[in-house]
Design a protein around this ligand. Structure first.
Ligand code: HEM
Length: 452
């Protein structure tokens, strides 16, 4: 190991107080790109808060895996507690570990096998709703679809009909998390400002859905074997032996429902867009669907067989990772590469930046599913690609998301070819997740049916 040289990583100096904040607020991705040009670890300081921006698979591994005990979630997720409370995404330490163990069985392979039927069933109904030649907002459609699937599979609840209100509430809530980087933003929470009022109304709206799910289940007692039954039956054997309180239950349900649909809806939307721009990949995908499925609906066993569909989804998650930035905070001072960083430094690790780095992905802006052959994957460092994070805080829903992504692409792709609506300018909205700004209006084209 090289001796530490007791210095901070390189980075741009602010010419006036707040310059970096303004630059970040104006163009988040552009600012991160600009910083990463300073090296694999770059540094900026806002007031007395140090930030280190990481763009190196080894250092990413060090933070997420090897030294993960020295890091807690960063400011964005600390702020997200306003909505998510102490759910899986935001809780820490022994409490997090216990809740994660409780929820884990709901994401085991056999459970995902059972969810596959619900996923395909919902997608098959959605594809029947569309009309040939219409313009549909694919982002809205995917949001409705993935919300319905998460609600049904994990909580046996019907929430699809509420997708618009839930989506709007979530957008209002994101505005408050977006303030996370601003020093003293917590103080603003207590003032009756337009966005804090909007946030509180949004939280009330989301709470009403969650408490309805809990009340409905209590009224129909009995173990349904789903995540909600597991959480409700869970006893705190390590603690005081009491059941989870309604608030804890609410926090877990809110977290898993929101984390479980927004991200996947964005991933599917970006995939539809990428396919519309890359007809060659699209026609290879269709060949695979015809060859493997021959007109029938997919089942779980097809997820393994649809290898090109998987490669398309993987490449889409590379270019447009829904969780575009991960933020962690150091508990104690630590050394990274040759640099010494103080306690409380915030680490910014961005799948968006690393996954578009030419050192790991030559010609990085190009959509090329062939990057995902087994051989090509084995030649790259593990943390050159981490759309689901890594280590103990890795996404619990990763296998759920792969199954859902592949099955939905297959079910919809068999029937519909989608083309971007003319004059729609595609733009990124890097909020809490990486959404398409202004949705994704696309024209539906019916493919000749092979079912008849
Ligand atoms: C394409 C879809 C998805 C992407 C890109 C994604 C991405 C991620 C990432 C990057 C993390 C780690 C965050 C961090 O380190 O701060 C995470 C955590 C999490 N995800 Fe996902 N996710 C997806 C789908 C899902 C699904 C389908 C579910 C549930 C049904 C889910 C539930 C969660 C939960 C509960 C956590 C917190 C885990 C913990 O800290 O123990 N996600 N996700």
């Amino acid at each position: 190991m090289k001796p530490s040289t007791n210095r901070l990583p390189p980075g741009p100096r602010a010419r006036y107080p707040g310059q970096h904040l303004v630059a970040f607020a104006r163009d988040r991705l552009g600012f991160l790109r600009h910083l990463s040009a300073h090296g694999d670890v770059a540094h900026v300081q806002f007031g007395n808060q140090h930030f280190a921006i990481i763009n190196n698979p080894d250092y990413t591994r060090q933070i997420l895996v090897t030294d993960n005990r020295n890091f807690t979630k960063g400011r964005g997720l600390e702020r997200a507690k306003l909505l998510l409370g102490e759910g899986l995404l935001t809780s820490e330490g022994a409490f997090h570990l216990r809740q994660r163990r409780l929820a884990q069985p709901a994401f085991h392979r056999e459970r995902i096998d059972a969810y596959a039927r619900v996923m395909v069933d919902h997608a098959a109904r959605a594809r029947e709703r569309w009309v040939d030649g219409a313009i549909v907002d694919i982002h809205q459609e995917m949001t409705r679809l993935t919300l319905g699937i998460a609600g049904k599979t994990l909580f046996d609840a019907d929430v699809e009909g509420e997708s618009r209100e839930i989506g709007e509430s979530l957008t209002a809530a994101f505005d408050v998390f977006n303030l996370a980087l601003f020093p003293f933003s917590e103080l603003l929470d207590h003032l009756p400002l337009p966005w804090t009022l909007r946030f509180k109304a949004a939280r009330r709206r989301l709470d009403s859905t969650i408490y309805r799910i809990i009340a409905e289940r209590r009224a129909r007692a009995g173990d349904r074997g789903d995540l909600l039954s597991m959480l409700m039956a869970a006893q705190d054997t390590e603690g005081d032996g009491g059941r989870m309180t309604d608030t804890q239950l609410r926090d877990e349900i809110m977290t898993i429902l929101l984390a479980g649909y927004e991200t996947t809806a964005n991933a599917l939307t970006w995939t539809a867009y990428l396919l519309s721009q890359n007809p060659e990949a699209e026609s290879r995908l269709l060949d695979e669907l015809n060859c493997v499925l021959d007109g029938r609906l997919p089942v779980m066993a097809d997820v393994q067989r649809l290898s090109y569909t998987r490669m398309v989804f993987a490449e889409s998650l590379r270019l447009y990772p829904p969780a575009w930035v991960l933020g962690y905070r150091a508990i104690k001072a630590f050394t990274l590469a040759d640099y010494d960083l103080p306690a409380r430094t915030i680490l910014i690790i961005s799948p968006f930046i690393t996954q578009r780095d030419a050192r790991y992905f030559p010609d990085p802006e190009r959509f090329n599913p062939d990057r995902w052959t087994h051989k090509a994957v084995a030649e790259r460092p593990r943390f050159a690609y981490f759309p689901f994070g890594g280590g103990p805080r890795q996404c619990i829903g990763e296998q759920f998301a792969w199954a859902e992504g592949i099955l939905l692409l297959a079910t919809i792709g068999q029937r519909w070819r989608l083309r971007l609506a003319p004059e729609h300018a595609v733009a990124l909205d890097p909020s809490f997740t990486l959404r398409p700004r202004g949705g994704m209006p696309m024209i539906t084209h019916l493919r000749p049916s092979r079912l008849s």
